[in-house]
Design a protein around this ligand. Structure first.
Ligand code: PMP
Ligand code: GLU
Length: 395
């Protein structure tokens, strides 16, 4: 029946993060002892003070539509957060609250891109950038990096990728999937290239900002010359373990914020009212409330990097942020393991699922076909068991 569907949906790839998580869930439901390192979401509970704020919002009857771009109090709190954490002077008119950072990104693509506009995606990039850009008629232009360069692009690579059709550059730092964090010096060098191309806008996806072990987080909008051409994307899903609450937001030049509001006025009417009220408390909280969680993630990062380095044939960078490990697995390509031919990262991910009962996500989904992604947002015991199984399956 697919021929009855639109070309748009038929040509769209399924989100591999969500697909792999669903497959792992199905296998578990069938009684298989599957460990899922596929989906990136914190395994912590939403902090109690945020839950209390949500309960209060229900009791206070925040049950009607909010303003399309978000409650004024929330937008003010987000401005305070941008100033406190990122030294950015956004005003409420620059802020739009959406149903997750994913919708923020979707809005941006819809309001910024015309058919054929090119969007530079340093690869690996987050899985949904490619399809969100494509859906808006944009053309994703991948700029490959590798484990040897800590999966970061150089100013030279950026300069080479720019054409007269380039409209935007989208990246995440800390990066999903590589965990790489761009320093202020590196972003300044990239901004120097963009200084010669004043019409190019940047999307800086900072959703993992607080899950950063290097302590050198920089928002590119704070680099001289970049504020008026950057759309800063953030949200509460990762830092506050609120993936299901679905709140993301942007800080952007006012004309872009207005356009995103117009867009979501026709599509969602605005984000969930209760979750927005709770988010005021979250973004107003001092980031030190996250210390325990970030410490736990760092411990797991160290553990996982050690376990991966202990498996012959895998090569990994030291991910400075987020909660993903993205090893290069290409040394297995062309080999046969337990009678199964491994030709690419898809094959290896499926092999690990069937032979080690561990679900990971193929690097292909992130624009890097040499790697696979493991989310380490789970307990150290589970991680030890998972990598023990992986080591055996790859031996
Ligand atoms: N950007 C990145 C880099 C992500 O990993 C995610 C994962 N969820 C998102 C955006 C989307 O976040 P949200 O859950 O707020 O839609
Ligand atoms: N961002 C998470 C991931 O990369 C959640 C899944 C998704 O939103 O696609 O796994």
């Amino acid at each position: 029946m697919n021929h009855l569907l639109s070309d748009r949906i038929n040509s769209m790839a399924t989100s591999q993060t969500l697909a792999m998580a669903a497959l792992a869930r199905d296998l578990k439901a069938q009684g298989k002892d599957v460990i899922s390192l596929s989906l990136g979401e914190p395994d912590f509970n939403t902090p109690d003070f945020i839950k209390e704020a949500a309960k209060k919002a229900i009791d206070e009857n925040y049950s009607t539509y909010s303003p399309v771009d978000g409650y004024a109090e929330l937008k003010e709190a987000i401005c305070r957060k941008f100033k406190r954490d990122n030294d950015l002077d956004y005003k409420p008119a620059n802020i739009v609250v959406s149903t997750g950072a994913k919708q923020s990104l979707y809005n941006i693509a819809q309001v910024m891109l015309n058919e054929g506009d090119e969007v530079i995606l340093p690869a690996p990039y987050w899985v949904s950038y490619f399809e969100i850009v494509k859906m808006a008629g944009g053309v994703p232009v991948e700029v490959p990096t590798s484990v040897e360069s800590d999966f970061k692009i150089t100013p030279g690579q950026l300069a080479k990728a720019i054409t007269p059709k380039t409209k935007m550059v989208w990246y995440s730092s800390p990066c999903n999937p590589s965990g790489s964090v761009y320093t202020r010096e590196e972003l300044t060098a990239l901004a120097d290239v963009l200084a010669n191309h004043p019409d190019i806008f940047v999307v800086s996806d900072e959703i993992y900002e607080h899950i950063n072990f290097a302590g050198n987080f920089c928002s590119i909008a704070s680099v001289p010359g970049m504020f008026d051409r950057t759309i800063t994307v953030n949200g509460v899903a990762k830092a506050f373990a609120m993936t299901g609450w679905r709140i993301g937001y942007i800080g952007a030049p006012e004309f872009i914020a207005k356009a995103c509001t117009k867009m979501q006025g026709q599509v969602t009417s605005g984000a969930n009212s209760i979750a927005q009220r709770a988010t005021i408390t979250a973004v107003d909280a001092d980031p030190s409330v996250l210390n325990d969680m970030v410490k736990a993630f760092k411990g797991r990062r160290d553990l996982v990097v050690g376990l991966i380095n202990d498996i012959p044939g895998l090569k990994i960078n030291v991910p400075d942020g987020a909660f993903y490990a993205f090893p290069d697995v290409s040394s297995f390509f062309g080999k046969t393991l337990r009678g199964k031919q491994i030709d690419n990262a898809d094959d290896l991910a499926m092999y690990l699922l069937s032979e080690a009962n561990v679900a990971a996500v193929t690097g292909d989904a992130f624009g890097n076909p040499d790697c696979i992604r493991f989310s380490y947002a789970t307990s150290e015991d589970v991680l030890k068991e998972a990598f023990k199984r992986i080591k055996e399956a790859l031996a």
